[in-house]
Design a protein around this ligand. Sequence first.
Ligand SMILES: Cc1ncc(COP(=O)(O)O)c(C=O)c1O
Length: 1009
Amino acid sequence: MASDTATEAVLLDGLNGLLEDLYGLQGEIFPLPGEHDLNFHIRTSQGRDYLLKLHAPCDAAELDMQVAVLEHLVGTTPNLPVSRAVPDRNGAILSDVDYRGPRKARLLTWLDGNVWAKADVRGKNATASLGGMLAVLDRSLESFTHPGAKRIYNWDIAQAERHLDHIGFIEDEDKRQAVRDILDHFAAEVSPRLQDCPRQVIHNDANDYNVLLSDDGTVSGLLDFGDMVESHRVVEIAVAGAYALIGSEDPLATIAEIAEAYHRVSPLSETEAELIFDLVKTRYAVSMCMAAKQIREFPENRYLLVSQEDVWRELQRLERENPRLAVLRLRAACGFAAVPHAGRVMHWLERNAHTFAPVIRPATARPETVVFDFTASGPDADELSGFEGAEFDAFCEDRIREAGADFGIGVYGEDRTIYKSDAFEMASPSIRRSIHLGIDLFAPDFEPVHAPIAGKVAFFFDDAVANGFGPTVLLEHETDGGDVFWTLYGHLSRRSCAKLTIGQRIEKGEAFAEFGQRSENGDWPPHLHFQIVTDHLGLEARMHGVGVRSQWPVWREISPDPSVILGLPVSAAVTVAQDKATLVRERHLRIGRSLSIAYSDAPLKIVGGEGTYLIDETGKRWLDMVNNVCHVGHCHPRVVAAAQKQMGELNTNSRYLHDTLVEYSRRLTAQFPDPLNVCFFVNSGSEANDLAIRLARAYTGNRDLITVDHAYHGHLSSLIDVSPYKFEGKGGEGCPDHVRVAEMPDLYRGRWRYGDKNAGKNYAEDVQRQIEVLSGEGRKPALFFSEGILGTGGQLTLPEDYLKHAYAHVRAAGGLCLADEVQVGFGRVGSHMWAFETQGVVPDIVSLGKPIGNGHPMAAVVTTAEVAAAFANGMEYFNTFGGNPVSASIGLAVLDVIRDERLIHRCFEVGNRLMAGARELAGKHALIGDVRGHGLFNGIELVRDRETLEPAAEELDKVIRAMKQRHGILLSSEGPHHNVLKIKPPAQFSAEDCDTFLAALDEVLTGLR
Ligand SMILES: Cc1ncc(COP(=O)(O)O)c(C=O)c1O
């Protein structure tokens, strides 16, 4: 050993001279592994790192290709994490050297990171960034050609048939057979389809030693372009997948994540998506052939043997995967329908539902039913888990009898814990099937089963094991469009199935089978498991009746909700809860991208709410400090009860007389000063503001509008027009002709600041200036928009008398004044019910929204009898949902709770406590520039310098994240500079909640220093 090290030292010593002579570099040299080339990590005395490659004599074209590709990538994708070539003193990238024989030297920049195979974190971040990076690389390589890439190459999976001759080198018979099967399948099925897939030069070796990961698990480097070849680009994904899946819990999920990320950057075709799984297996087969060949040539190469253990183990895992399911999962990962014709089948079923015959009890027109709950959290869970044998049957019978039901129902989509045996494990034992894919119908044994749709007997299997399906039949059907699907009937009687023959035609309504007894149906109470099957995964009548939750988007297409066929009088399906990643993916597919997701890097899945808390899917409670919508508290029981009660009695439009609507309008207008006595009911703040514009135009005969800078008044086109926050922002089209923007009265950073007694009057002069501009053009304002505290402006309280002066100017010009109370109304400001009251004014129109229904979509406009009368010009104002009895009941309950729980006073007390506490923190944390608000509508503005007021937006972003991550407190930012911490919690926010917030803020700000 010692002499080896000595030899090494001498050799490395020789390298020092080489480095100095060629590149003028000095430093430490560390040898690195390499199959053909000698590789060294160089750390110079200045602390710079390089990779020195001394290439073994090889094909000159191949080496030239390696040099050329890096040059190409620097030009096309400079941000790609690949090395850059460093020229020698003569400007050459390849230099002839003599080092243990003649070699070509090449110096490359060093890439930091841990090799994938040894990295600690290899989660979804890693797979997603690997897929994305390879897609960017391949996009760039589309325009790269090189004679060296057009080669016959054993490591190109697309040329895998070349290895058919090498199979004999594999000694182990099982392995040999496995490889033969894969290569035969490749030649017969894969290779012909591959011909339709795009070709280009690919890296072809993103293996677990060529991919580097940074500490956060994202890809920081891709090494070794020595295996490049012109092949099919989908091979790139298969190679990466084959290595990335080593040791992963769900190998197919790993491949799918890479494919999904690749597809997002560079869309794959359906054929490409479908071939990935076979290509991964082909890569293993190729690797096994290559290794067998090399081991025969170099029997002492232990390394090969060890790496082959991984390959064989992983291949066996992949062989346990259902290959059809794998293809469907990969299709879904790439955004394609998992089962291409499933959508058409469902559409056909929906359209023809009225023609289907009942599956049981055809003579009972409207059967009575009882729905069972077999979930772990269901009311019978304990009892169910303790049942032995026929006790379960008695339970079902009793329930049906007690309910006076014709039959019992087991629900589709239910997550069941009753499936305990190994048969419910997938390829990886930790991934189990638990979601029910059919609907169960419980009735006595030998109950006749009728065909709902005409078809033929396609498959039969007697799954005669405990917890199995027992005798099972699949009937095959065809839609008018020629799409084939099946209906599955499990737990039948043996004697009824004995009468059936494969291919036998079954007419609609025909009683073709019957329920089995416990002794023959897999040891279950007598029942029918009825399931739609759009793709039997090659399993025929061995088809699964239970699917995997994490793969639900795929299973849902394989076996859609059979309610469509059964037409039951109750809901017999539940929505299957999905993990966050799946929800994000599905949202992106089906919901417009212009809607953002809060905390998009770590989104929250919220499943419940209580008081001031939101509750996520794990049961964790988050203190909600940005929810003025659920004003009286999440799921306030009085509001919930009012909604449920009214929903059960009546919900219709407001053209009929109803006590609740009139009572609500009385109670609501009673909250306003005279002459604001008339209501209109609408469904959103935007609708309220839009109606306000129509009212003002009808009353004044004017068209123009004045709004305050940075304001937001709603999402309708008419309101984007008066929302500088939108029309001046991204995607905005600027201020329209009929709108004038008045200066925002900002007492913190505006022209007149805190302490200036004339600030309100001075800022209001700009409203007058806008009126003058209009009148210069012969126009007059119809309506002036303002909030009582400026929300998007940065939670700005108005200067004293601002609205008094502004309203006077507007009215003098013949216009009306609107108070937008959508954000700030209903007592939030603490001193009053409405924020405009803090300014001592009475507007002409008030718009109400968000808190009015505590989360129920309703809104209102309150105005004067005079304005309302001017609007009643013959054209009816009809709003389908506005003021419906359910909304009115909810509105009443909200007013009751505000009154009975003294919430206005609470906003006052707790809001003052919060602002006093925050001001105290400002003494300690220079970052806090201003604390403002009324009651519980507050802003804490962060600045880097209290003199220059430089906004501290990045710091605020960190604060918001830390408040969430470390303290479970939800907040958001506001203001034109994104540096104002926005605070508007439910009005139930308590003194304790306030103190929790202040302590957390103190801790987070201290940590920022
Ligand atoms: C001040 C103000 N007005 C109007 C609206 C529009 O309300 P909605 O989203 O209910 O249409 C909003 C919504 O954020 C708002 O903040």
